[in-house]
Ligand binder design. Structure first.
Ligand code: K1U
Ligand code: ZN
Length: 167
């Protein structure tokens, strides 16, 4: 297994739109294993393939306290949603920035696992918000892009200061 490099906002590759997975083979399962290891190492509760510069519709999430219940969603589709959530979000591609985004409180998602088996998942709370956040990554959208232009400008300034410090 390998720890993959996570792209940092405002990298333009975070805006690429991921393609559906058509072949469920060993290389997909290796990607899923590497993404899962990368998510745990970060540490994070989710990761989209876009964030590791792979533009396929693959996400992994684990919101369990014991960090032992990863969920793999390939080609996810939200088929039902309801309510409004106000859970604060973070993003491994935008370190140190937390804010709330309007999301559905409950969702029903249809997806495939890494072996190609179709399943439906009902999610609420953090799991629901995390899946919506990761599905946005697959569409090339980063959560800070929902915030006001002023907040986005402040975030860019903060991130470039962080980058200068680490250089
Ligand atoms: O997409 C990502 O960059 C992962 C992101 C997912 C997410 C978190 C919270 C709300 C919506 C989406 C993260 O995992 S940020 C890190 C984080 O929240 C966390 C890290 C360790 C333990 C618990 C939470
Ligand atoms: Zn993110």
């Amino acid at each position: 297994m390998a720890i993959l490099n996570i792209l940092r906002y405002p990298d333009v590759r975070l805006h690429k739109v991921a393609l559906p997975v058509t072949v469920f083979d060993g290389s997909l399962r290796t990607l899923v294993q590497d993404m899962t290891e990368t998510m745990y190492a970060a540490p994070g509760v989710g990761l989209a393939a876009t964030q590791v510069d792979v533009h396929k519709q693959v996400i992994v999430v684990d919101v369990s306290d014991r960090r032992d219940s990863p969920v793999v969603l390939v080609n996810p589709e939200i088929v039902e949603s309801s309510g409004l959530s106000d859970i604060e979000e973070g993003c491994l591609s935008v370190p140190g920035i937390y804010d709330t985004v309007e999301r559905a409180e409950r969702i029903r998602v249809r997806a495939h696992d890494q072996h190609g088996k179709a399943f439906t998942l009902e999610a609420q709370g953090l799991l629901s918000v995390c899946i919506q956040h990761e599905m946005d990554h697959l569409r090339g959208k980063v959560f800070v892009e929902y915030l006001s232009p002023l907040k986005q400008q402040r975030i860019r300034t903060k991130l470039s200061k962080q980058l200068r410090k680490s250089a």
